[in-house]
Design a protein. Structure first.
Ligand code: KIV
Length: 276
């Protein structure tokens, strides 16, 4: 007679309000990008909290030089693939370049990402004119993740992929922008390539959770690009905030588990992976 293998205990579905509860409780949020069902299944089984279908897919999946050519259809396709592999993690879909140039365009794109892709939240880069769009979406029951610091869709204006918030009044402006995206209705905030002291101050100044990438150890959560944390060669110099979790883990599943443990136990990221 054969007995069924015991199934792993099912974690409750991570919801948008739960993200804020995690911040209040001091529980780190572990996030990662993914672009297909198989990796999504492995990430979910490892107990990570959030999957972002980032427009980084333009570089890591499509081999393009930047995120700018990625389309809404690309993100819908990959979001739907990821959604089929998920059980518990919260699924965030990125809004590609110019898909949120006006609130109405943003609503159309976000509706596709949710209704066809299966996302539970959309991510938009920037503040300024984007604040109106964040409010427009939020008032229409679309959860929003804001994104400040290095915003790769602004690479042409920024003149390259560099740490943000160091010069002049840039730190003050970023703190004001973080408060403004919260006031506009954002539910969480990605901080990319920001000095760790500034990220800490922003994290203390707002009630929504911050999720850092190259933003030091004091954010409420962390995110890495999947291919980076598996040690895959991107053809570029590896930024200091990336750690190769595959090197010691020996398996992809083990690498996801080690990443989750390291973030939750605050052994990653450390000052070594951060900017001053
Ligand atoms: O596109 C992406 O993968 C992202 C993360 C780096 C936060 O925006």
């Amino acid at each position: 007679m054969y007995a069924d293998q015991p199934k792993p205990a099912r974690r409750p579905q991570l919801t948008v309000p739960k993200l804020r509860e995690m911040k209040t409780a001091g529980e780190k949020i572990v996030a990662i990008t993914a672009y297909d069902a198989s990796f999504a299944r492995a990430v979910d089984a490892a107990g990570l909290d959030v999957i972002l279908v980032g427009d980084s897919l333009g570089m890591v999946m499509q081999g393009k030089a930047s995120t700018l050519p990625v389309t809404v259809d690309d993100i819908v396709y990959h979001t739907a693939c990821v959604a089929r592999g998920l059980r518990s993690a919260l699924l965030i879909a990125d809004m590609p370049f110019q898909s949120f140039a006006t609130p109405e365009r943003a609503l159309d794109a976000a509706t596709l990402l949710i209704a066809e892709g299966g996302a539970s939240m959309v991510k938009l880069e920037g503040a300024g004119h984007v604040l109106e769009t964040i409010t427009f979406l939020s008032e229409r029951d679309i959860p929003v993740c804001a994104h400040l610091g290095l915003t790769p869709q602004s690479v042409m204006k920024l003149g390259g992929y560099r740490v943000q918030g160091r010069e002049g009044d840039a730190a003050k402006k970023m703190i004001a922008d973080a408060k403004a995206v919260e006031a506009a209705g954002a539910d969480c905030l990605v901080l990319e390539c920001v000095p760790m002291g500034l990220a800490e101050e922003i994290t203390r100044s707002i009630k929504i959770p911050t999720i850092g990438i190259g933003a030091g150890p004091h954010c409420d959560g962390q995110i890495l690009v999947l291919h980076d944390m598996l040690g895959m060669n991107s053809g570029h110099r590896r930024p200091r905030f990336v750690k190769d979790f595959m090197a010691d883990a020996g398996s992809i599943q083990g690498a996801f588990e080690a990443y989750g443990k390291a973030v939750r136990e605050s052994t990653f990221p450390t000052a070594e992976h951060s900017y001053e």
